[in-house]
Design a protein around this ligand. Structure first.
Ligand code: LMR
Length: 395
């Protein structure tokens, strides 16, 4: 049966985790997969999460299935977090959240919804984007196309993006990164977002906003600005929300597909389709991570603690960015890499070539994605000078 089954290359991002683990060099540095690390090089469990978990251990009474849309309290609280407390859409029954296994599950569910319920629509991705965006939509049988996001020198190119979006067939889906663009780290300004919104309206596009890093850009509320702008201005919107990074819940697979529809009746139609599709994908979602998030967001003091912890992670990454640019100064490279200080979130499109990335790995055991994407959140202040030296060597 399996004689004709071939082999595919390992995942370009997760594969780096394995390679790093096997590297015996004590001075190795992992800037690959997008996870936050503290000064000890560990990906910590936030204290608010630990406290919520303890509360759940003490009070949880059942492990029976959650419903097709997941934990209802989680859904409500996540809508508040994403769309803003007391937002009009929720109040009028125009927005709903379907709990999914992580942000990736939300993307997969969105892809199934598009292919089954909006047949013939293409999906437009930024070039570049997270590689799994490409394979998820293609895997669901959807035509995938691209709009430019950076120019030849790897800087954000909003004009090229807008020009390309103006040519997108009416009704197609356009995937946008709410903040902390993966892989580049370049985010749109508020002015840019308004311009994108105009094109979306003119071309009657359906935006799918991927919101995997809420709280890692400029702050929890600030990062939601574009999502809220679109939700207010448009009758329909899809948002994939992830709790992996901001709650440190990576392996608990916690996220949601948020749908905004023209009215409550239409939202109910769409949600019936999502429940049907989810049933065929994973039946019902894993409960633990969502219960943790609902416990935190539903308790003022746990929430305040979580917000503070998230804010300190965000600030640390921003400081690491500035620190790296400063450390490149003595090598005459501060200007060339100034964009690292301007980008947002965990990732930086460094502009290093695949050859330079390969050299960094072979000679210095520094791991980053071959496209030149570095996870700045994997760095530590004690390692900044070593990294700057290594970058200078390969440049
Ligand atoms: C990343 O891009 O590194 C993260 O989104 C983690 C992942 O699943 O790839």
């Amino acid at each position: 049966h399996f004689a004709k089954v071939g082999r595919v290359p390992g995942d370009p991002i997760l594969g780096l985790m394995d390679a790093y683990r096997l590297d015996p060099n004590p001075a190795k540095l992992d800037l690959g997969v997008g996870v936050y690390k503290d000064a000890r090089g560990l990906t910590p469990i936030p204290h608010a999460v630990k406290l919520a978990e303890q509360r759940l251990v003490d009070t949880e009474t059942t492990k029976t299935y959650v419903g097709g849309h997941g934990d209802a309290a989680f859904g409500r609280l996540l809508l508040d977090l994403v769309l803003g407390t007391g937002n009009r859409l929720e109040a009028t029954g125009r927005a709903g959240a379907t709990q999914t296994p992580g942000g990736t599950g939300a993307l997969r569910l969105a892809a199934e919804f598009i292919t089954h319920n909006l047949p013939g629509r293409g999906v437009w991705l930024s070039d570049p984007t997270w590689p799994i965006h490409e394979t998820i939509f293609a895997g669901a049988g959807i035509k995938v196309a691209h709009y430019p996001y950076v120019d030849a020198t790897n800087r954000l190119d909003v004009d090229a993006m807008l020009t390309a979006l103006e040519q997108v067939p009416k009704g197609d889906v356009v995937l946008l990164h709410a903040c902390c663009h993966n892989p580049t780290g370049f985010d749109l300004s508020q002015d840019d977002w308004r311009k994108v919104l105009e094109v979306v309206k003119a071309r009657e596009l359906l935006p799918l906003i991927d919101f995997a890093y809420q709280g890692f850009g400029d702050g929890l509320e600030q990062d939601a600005w574009a999502v809220r702008l679109f939700a207010e201005a448009l009758p329909e919107l899809l948002v994939t929300s992830s709790c992996s990074k901001n709650f440190g819940l990576y392996r608990e697979r916690t996220g949601a597909l948020i749908v905004c529809a023209a009215d409550a009746e239409k939202l109910t139609d769409v949600r019936s389709q999502l429940a049907f599709l989810a049933r065929n994908l994973w039946s019902t979602p894993p409960a633990h991570g969502a219960a943790v998030v609902a416990t935190i967001l539903g308790d003022a003091s746990l929430k305040a603690q979580w917000v503070e912890e998230l804010e300190s992670m965000r600030k640390r990454v921003a400081d690491l960015r500035r620190g790296l640019v400063e450390a490149l100064q003595p090598f005459g490279l501060a200007e060339r890499f100034a964009h690292i200080g301007e980008q947002r979130g965990m990732f930086s499109y460094t502009g290093l070539s695949p050859e330079q990335v390969a050299k960094l790995r072979a000679e210095f055991s520094v791991y980053m994605v071959s496209t030149g994407r570095a996870n700045v959140a994997g760095l530590d202040f004690s390692r900044i000078d070593d990294l700057a030296k290594a970058i200078a060597k390969v440049c």
